[in-house]
Design a protein around this ligand. Sequence first.
Ligand SMILES: [Zn+2]
Length: 1074
Amino acid sequence: MISKGGSEALLQTLVDTARTAAPDYDILLPLFRLLAKVGLRDKKFGQKALELEALDVTLILTRKNLSHSQNLLHCLWALRVFASSVTTGAMLGINGAMELLFKVITPYTQKHTRVIRAATDLLAALLKSKSNSRRAVNRGYVTSLLRLHQDWHQHDTAGAYVPIRRVLLLCLKHIAALRSGREAFLAAQGMEILFSTTQKCLDDKSLGPIVSVVLQILRQCYPKCPLPLVTASSAYVFPVPGTTTSEPPRVLTEEDFEDDGDEEEDKDADSEDVKEEDDDLETDVNKLSSRPALDRPEEELLQYEAMCLELSCSFEELESKPGDDLNSGGTQYANHHHIPTEASPKQHCSNKDQNSWEQEREDTVQTSLLSMVKKGRSPVQRASKKGPGMRPCQNAQCSGLGMDSSGSEIPDIQAFLKEDAWDIDMISCPAMNASFPSFTKSRETVEVIDKLLQTHPRHIPFHDPYLYLAKARRTKSVADFKMMAFPDLWGHCPPPSPQPLLERKCGIQRIKIFEDVQRFIQPSDVINQVVFSLDEPWQDTASNCLRFSSKFESGNLRKAIQVREFEYDLLVNADVNSTQHQQWFYFRVSRTRAAVPYRFNIINCEKPNSQFNYGMQPTLYSVKEALLGRPSWVRTGYEICYYKNHYRQSAAVAGGAPRTCYYTLTFAVTFPHSEDVCYLAYHYPYTYTTLMTHLDILEKSVNPKQVYFRQEVLCQTLGGNSCPLVTITAMPESDSTDHLEQFRQRPYQMITARVHPGESNASWVMKGTLEFLVSSDPVARLLRENFIFKIIPMLNPDGVINGNHRCSLRGEDLNRQWLSPGAPLQPTIYHAKGLLSYLSSTGHSPVVFCDFHGHSQKKNVFLYGCSIKETLWQAQSSVGSSAILEDVSYRTLPKILDKLAPAFTMSSCSFLVEKSRASTARVVVWRELGVSRSYTMESSYCGCNQGPYQGLQFGTRELEEMGAMFCLGLLILELKSVTCSRQLLSRAVALLNAEEDTLDLHLQRCSSSSSSGVPSELDDEPPCMEEIEYSPDSSSDQEGSFSELDRQIQEWAFHKDEGQEDEEGPGQGRKATP
Ligand SMILES: [Zn+2]
């Protein structure tokens, strides 16, 4: 009908009928209803009405019928449909439609509510036009609307007129899109009015639609302001060599900040995480399939020969070389790494440790990795999943923290600590300064650790506090950290069972936002006292507020402000030499009180969404718990949500670019003990010093006759730290020519991790990979005998040390530097690429290259790879992709991992090549070095929503297991390849047979599942219990209102027959017509 000119015909009829001397309402009313119905479906209806002058005649009829509700109602419906076009809406505004409507919209009444509803609907539609909103501000309608809202709120106690009340609020919301509208709203005490009328409705489900709009308005009108920081630049400045000293960080002033934005757009964090639009796909076939030349002179590659001694050196040479890195016996370890103090009981202690590691390894070896395939290593206790409505203490309990209900096993820690006269503060953040005047102090530290270790002989596999201390002294930080975080020094043991995803409490975000708004409305209730800051001196008040610190490796708290007695606003430091990338956090709190819920708000987060909205919890480590024998990072916190707040980047910093919005991560914590020292972090921390400690222990743990383990320095970082490179393979069986030949023929595998310092999960996966590769698991032995592993476990040591989230000390994302890295400025990338180029130039390109990352938006573990065909196909490129030859081998490894690894899922994998990722490791290694299996492996910070770990958050155990499973995947990949040697195949088959059906079964399934199409795009998240409103502008009133008008018309027709057209009883307005 619309396409055949039906709209025009109807509108013409309307104009003709209306212009007669005595318009016939028996024709007009059905015509209006018909117009409303047709108009809903005709996108150009408003324009047509305007051109045919139907707009004018309807407006005239409306004026005439102000006292005739039936006719008026129909006119309003028609106008409502006309006003769906913004131009028509603006025209109606110019012609005085809003004044007219304010005559119809009255204070609370039970009469003519249909008309009032239609009038408010129309008003809301008109106010979507900015010119109308401006007019509304000028005429003082903000105050009128607020009064109407208050009146209806006060009298409609039964909640019978929720739709009218909601639309009144929508009118305010549209006006508040204008800056002048927000100003008028604030001047009219709008914040106070809406806050007080809504405060008690938060829990009332039937008032949900109202509360939701109120929140949008409050968030929109909350005055935007800059973060409470002296400067947006990082508190730490690193003088980059070769660059002139940058201007001193600008001090922000109020004048720099002006709330000028009517529109704000979410800044999409540039990361591997965010799936970009299709136009980001690389469709240039030349770029996709040509291989660029080497990015440096070929002679430069020679330097990497020294990093691949396994290729050139004969083994006699290696073994006789002075200063040899290979170790001959377990005891060497002790001499090598011990702190030079006489009378060291640790010597004995660590030897014992050494033995017990070996014992432990033998124990664990009995269960081969094969037996854990897809079942998962951890005893998954689904029954431990608690329902909602968990009380804070119970929550703390189930997260593995103290408070043993029996109370029997736990000694009185207070008395215990006092007895030994230990200062928990000193224990909890030991100093590490070595050779300087305060040498005694460091000896004290050693003594304290000695004492602690004697009393708490809990040993943690592959960790040693003494070695950590020694390593920490060599770690160079920009801020010259003098302390160590206790958890890093003491070590972490995963809790006995994995923790379930936190169930989101319904309405939690509303409650938190209301608490935030309350600060604005009742500022006198707010303490607002700085209790910690890297930038300015603060008063360490005697009051019993928490005490914060973060001056230790990977720590990055910048400022803490006590807001209420048990609530703190926290700001984390920007990456060094940068003004952004705040997401990672790691800090210490002391002076805790048990059984008190503390609320923490990290108010300068930058990512637009977070797994904290979908079941993820931050991690906590309690020093007292550790001393009680539970040295564990545990997921903790409740009432967690993540939302956009009212802080904005200042105009000066943004420099004309759209301003960064900030997000609040809020969570409550109930600490397990009073007077405890606790550490809180975004994810399980894993410092550079932890890695260096781990590598040394690994090296000492292997049998050098069997395992070739070489640790060397890839390069020095900008910050003066060594970037380690590890080579793992099996020693040749003998020095016979045949065996040496086999040794040098072994294909390479290359794995890197932690280019993004905030992604500590990647390090835990890497830890699992390293430990597995040197283990005596038969699979590991096979892997070593058939491959040479080149591993760079931390591509960005400086970032990790200094608490960065994403960047290097130059403030740049190193995973965007692979196209043309420079030796002076991006040394780790330059040399990682150089090493790969060297391998490639000598015919040893790795079978697989994989870079481990962490993913903040998705669950599970998955791979990103590179495929020309899939990219072209996805981009629907005109280039015939059928002409391009590409084997699908890049899909094999992810498919294998999907079958093997409990946490892994194929469904999130992607093989598209994006332009914005052209300079990442994955794409460059694939394109420039020709490694067809070049991957990024992403591990969620959160946990799994599929597989054996469905519903669980990751612990470090699950991440480490993933690292081991990745290795098993590499073996199976080889077994399935045509080049696989008969010998390997037969040995593997023997191994698999010994392992009965587990792996066999999986292998069969692997090979039988034929190549499927493009991965299905699964929804990232299961539906959340409440709609999460990140942006105050997000609204659901756009689409729904039209069908709503349809419904109103139908309802009218239904009730008309009952003869109660104008007298709606309470409640009828909400009932749907059967
Ligand atoms: Zn990353």
